[in-house]
Design a protein around this ligand. Structure first.
Ligand code: UDP
Length: 342
């Protein structure tokens, strides 16, 4: 049976994608994660559901010797690379951490793929590579001009992938530029058990997660970071995609790499923009809880408007989003938050 290496599948997107791969493919998965921001609970859930089709090694990508042994001891059909630092504001304070964790570790991983002949690579990139795009929705051909170290660290990794695939003809990659992801696993056979998958967070920074924490009484108050942007209501606009659809985009990318010996970059979003105020109001409406919201100053590194032109992934891959509905996404995140308990 084929074995696929997942880095960082203890995290939110990686764990849901592992679930999607194992549910749809006849393959095994090896997960490596240093558990710095990932959760052992996610790995335990995957093991409970898929038994020995998934194996887990606690390993940091910067550990060169152990990484090399991993590639020596396994034959991987593909690498799906999630492990990264991903908080925009933190990246403005600790840029070197982001260049080490995101760019340097990705370079080392690609290097191992070349050395050991692993020729399919799926990379978690981000809409942050666009910076402040002039034209919305933004398409993949737009010039990349990140405005924070997080976006820079991912853009550099994309450049490394591009140059590598040009030089090594057998090596192909898909870079997925994620827009804003939210929600929890829709397959709800695990609701109200200790198992399940959704967004866990040691210190949440994401808008829908934070608003759901307010609606479930885990937080007393939240802030709107800036209401003086040049947008319809002054707050930032984002394209929110359901986690299951984002996970499916990885599966479609894997199939794309199997069927086409070519590399591509795809936006993954719905081409729908919602403002921070609209999202907060929807969380209040769906939960029927009127929590307290303050106005605060802008958060460093935030672009005003990011909405995906998703026509490329829709036309070149088999990806068919199932949950393009902001009410469903918020309900999914809210139900999960209730289920998580205190
Ligand atoms: N945001 C906010 N209050 C919060 C969290 C986020 O106003 O408590 C805003 C943030 O400034 C941005 C948008 O919500 O404009 C989405 O932020 P998030 O961190 O969810 O995702 P990002 O777009 O930074 O990846």
């Amino acid at each position: 049976m084929k074995n696929i290496l997942f880095t960082g599948a203890g995290g939110y997107i990686g764990s849901h994608t592992a679930f999607t791969f194992l549910s749809n493919l006849d393959s095994n998965i090896t997960v490596i994660d240093n558990l710095s921001s990932g959760f052992i609970e996610n790995i335990e859930f995957l093991k409970y559901k898929f038994k020995d089709r998934i194996s887990f090694i606690k390993l940091d990508l910067s550990n060169e010797n152990e990484m090399k042994d991993l590639f020596k001891n396994n034959i991987f059909d593909a690498v799906v690379h999630f492990a990264a630092s991903l908080i925009v504001e933190e990246s403005t304070i600790k840029p070197l951490l982001y260049y080490l964790n995101n760019t340097k570790n990705t370079l080392a991983l690609i290097n191992l793929c070349i050395e050991f002949g692993v020729n399919k690579f799926i990379f978690s990139s981000t809409a942050a590579v666009y910076g402040e795009p002039k034209k919305i929705p933004v398409s993949e051909g737009t010039q990349l001009m990140p405005i924070n170290p997080y976006g820079n660290s991912k853009m550099m990794s994309e450049i490394i992938l591009k140059d590598t695939s040009k030089a090594y003809k057998n090596f192909n990659y898909v870079a997925l530029r994620y827009f804003n992801v939210a929600g929890a696993l829709s397959q709800n056979e695990f609701r109200n058990t200790k198992y399940g998958l959704g967004q866990r967070s040691k210190n949440a920074t994401h808008l829908i997660k934070i608003a759901c924490e307010c609606a479930t009484n885990k937080r007393e108050v939240m802030s709107i970071f800036g209401d003086d942007y040049n947008t319809k209501d002054g707050t930032c606009i984002r394209d929110y995609i359901h986690i299951d659809d984002l996970a499916l985009a990885h599966l479609s990318s894997y199939e794309f790499l199997q069927n086409n010996k070519q590399s591509e970059v795809f936006n993954v979003g719905y081409n729908n923009g919602y403002s921070v105020k609209e999202i907060i109001n929807k969380v209040k409406e769906i939960s029927n809880i009127d929590f307290k919201v303050l106005n605060a100053s802008r958060r460093s590194g935030d672009p005003a408007n990011l909405v995906a032109d998703n026509s490329k992934i829709l036309s070149l891959t088999s990806w068919k989003p199932k949950y393009n509905d902001i009410n469903y996404i918020i309900k999914s995140a809210y139900d999960w938050e209730i289920n998580l308990g205190k």
